[in-house]
Design a binder for this molecule. Structure first.
Ligand code: SAH
Length: 347
């Protein structure tokens, strides 16, 4: 077992630890300022923290949870990191720049158990959950790629893994992002993307912080959805929509439905009309994602006119639609691709 990461501790945990070291609890806020505000690269930089406490930090915790093994920069300002965790597993995270927005996309598991047919992350199943610190660590690493005046403005849990299958570690990480002494990001700037696990959606609603919820629907009916998202066989579209309605009722947050367009599979305008029928009466938003090509899978992205026709059919059906822009296409930025290419290179 490696040592705990400093980021595995909540602010209350850290305050309690400071007291247990014979110091004062406000030291916790000082330490967190170095981590989340001042972009320190290690405990040794925390020069307003007393030496004895700094030594105890060095002895008992690791500062970063992984080493940067690859760093790619796209022409469009997107940057991607492949991190090697302390047990040798690898995860990916991405920084996207768009006008004033600095959005980071992070992973919650090593691999993924959901097995969506077009996704690189699920090709080799799930290895393990990330700890809270390992989730936050990706943010720290990406934050340190920013220039002095740049700040992370948005966080999306759309990297590798199913966030709601690891809520136990995801929620404390999101709370730290949300807290003033952490990154201080409003809940509306944090988006959790899920394959759609109804019980977990309700658990998240009960937690009470109104994070944005995005549901990867990809099809308006079960037969088609199960072909694309195999876990749908034991869930079903109806149960997902009903949980999403509960989420909206509990948080007041409009739910986003992601729809990854796969050529010849779910991109018929008839599916768009069906989807519009499902969502029209709901306060919903659809994010259409033309599939990012993945080397190892046979599925393909539709042509632009085909995508346009789908989007148009949704609009005519009275649905709010956006089409996701492709970012970092020249650096394998779609989730799971970099780890996959690394695994293929080394095995
Ligand atoms: N497991 C969660 C979060 C990770 S995936 C989920 O299913 O939502 C984040 C989003 O990227 C999902 O909507 C997923 O379907 C989509 N995605 C995965 N592979 C993709 C690809 N090759 N092209 C486009 N979108 C992809």
């Amino acid at each position: 077992m490696p040592r705990p990461l400093i980021t595995d501790l909540s602010s209350a945990d850290l305050a309690a630890w400071c007291l247990a070291q014979g110091d004062r609890s406000f030291r916790a806020q000082q330490i967190r300022r170095w981590i989340y505000g001042k972009r320190a690269m290690g405990f040794s930089e925390m020069h307003d923290v007393p030496g004895a406490l700094r030594t105890a930090l060095e002895e008992q915790f690791d500062y970063f949870g992984g080493a940067v093994v690859r760093h790619q920069k796209s022409k469009d300002g997107t940057e991607k990191l492949l991190l090697e965790l302390r047990d040798g597993e690898q995860v990916e995270c991405v920084l996207m720049r768009e006008d004033d927005r600095r959005t980071v996309c992070i992973s919650t598991q090593v691999g993924c158990a959901m097995g969506c047919v077009f996704c690189a992350s699920g090709l080799m199943g799930v290895k393990r959950n990330l700890s809270t610190g390992e989730i936050l660590d990706q943010i720290l690493r990406l934050d340190r790629l920013l220039s002095g005046e740049e700040r992370i403005t948005n966080v999306v849990l759309m990297g590798m893994g199913e966030p709601l299958a690891n809520l136990k570690h995801v929620l404390p990480a999101l709370e730290t992002l949300n807290e003033k002494g952490g990154l201080g990001l409003g809940a509306r700037r944090i988006t959790i993307s899920t394959v759609g696990l109804p019980e977990k959606i309700r658990e998240l609603a009960a937690h009470g912080t109104p994070f944005n919820l995005a549901i990867s629907l990809h099809a308006p009916e079960d037969e088609l959805r199960t072909r694309i998202v195999p876990v749908n066989a034991r869930i079903g579209v109806e149960a997902i929509l009903s949980a999403a309605d509960d989420y909206f009722a509990a948080t007041g947050r409009r739910v986003t439905y992601e729809y990854c367009l796969l050529a010849g599979t779910n991109d018929d305008p008839a599916e768009a009309r069906r989807l519009a029928g499902l969502l029209r009466e709901r306060n919903a938003h659809v994010n259409v994602i033309p599939m990012n090509p993945v080397a190892a899978v046979a599925w393909e992205t539709p042509s632009e006119p085909r995508t346009e026709a789908f989007v148009e059919a949704l609009r005519r059906g009275g649905i709010n639609v956006t089409v996701r822009k492709r970012k970092g296409a020249d650096i394998d930025a779609a989730c799971g691709q970099l780890r996959l290419s690394e695994l293929q290179r080394t095995t």
